[in-house]
Ligand binder design. Structure first.
Ligand SMILES: [Zn+2]
Ligand SMILES: [Zn+2]
Length: 197
């Protein structure tokens, strides 16, 4: 009889599995965020900060944001940084310009706004969170340290060259490399003509 019972249980379990799609950390769940019900992947609920996608956020952008937000979580722990919430954007198939910055930091709300989904933009904003005085020396020093700690290879060299776009960043660059940074070139938005995949 015991055998029959366990066979039945096994059968019931497999029916259940067929009926319910497997939940993974990428499964979207409905959560109340800043007073509104939003769909967010389960992995966002395990971060040290709240993730607030912009009102028109395209769910196909979650995979672009995942490595960036996981890095921010790691940086928060390692740098003992307190971030309350992070606003993220999506602008698939962008034509032309975006009327806002690639990212910004709000000291009062302890909130980060990210449009560009790259590590450099994230660390630039973390540099603001860890310093004061906008793009002055404290920010440039903090940001160069973060780039050197969390980036490597081409990503690091590109970020350091972009840092040289700021006057204080140029000073830090010269101190580290003993020469002036190459000329800064304006970058187009990462969303320009980007297709969802
Ligand atoms: Zn944006
Ligand atoms: Zn800045």
């Amino acid at each position: 009889m015991g055998v029959v019972k366990s066979a039945a249980a096994g059968c019931a379990l497999s029916n259940y599995d067929l009926a319910m799609p497997a939940r993974s950390e990428n499964t979207l769940i409905e959560l109340k965020i800043a007073g509104r019900y939003r769909l967010v992947p389960i992995w966002t609920t395990k971060l040290k900060f709240e993730v607030r996608p912009s009102p028109s956020f395209d769910k196909r952008a979650w995979k672009l944001w995942k490595p960036i937000l996981l890095l921010l979580d790691e940086v928060c722990k390692k740098e003992k940084l307190k971030v309350d919430w992070v606003r993220i954007h999506s602008h698939f198939n962008l034509k032309g310009d975006i009327p806002h910055a690639m990212g910004w930091w709000d000291h009062e709300q302890r909130a980060m706004f990210l449009c560009h989904f790259d590590k450099e933009t994230l660390l630039h904003e973390v540099g603001h969170a860890l310093s004061s005085g906008y793009h002055g020396d404290p920010w440039a020093k903090a940001t160069a340290r973060l780039y050197q700690k969390y980036l490597s290879g081409k990503e690091l060299s590109a970020a350091m060259i972009h840092l040289g776009h700021y006057l204080a960043g140029r000073r830090v660059y010269k101190k580290i490399y003993g020469e002036r940074p190459p000329k800064y070139q304006e970058r187009p938005s990462m969303w320009l003509n980007r297709k969802p995949s």
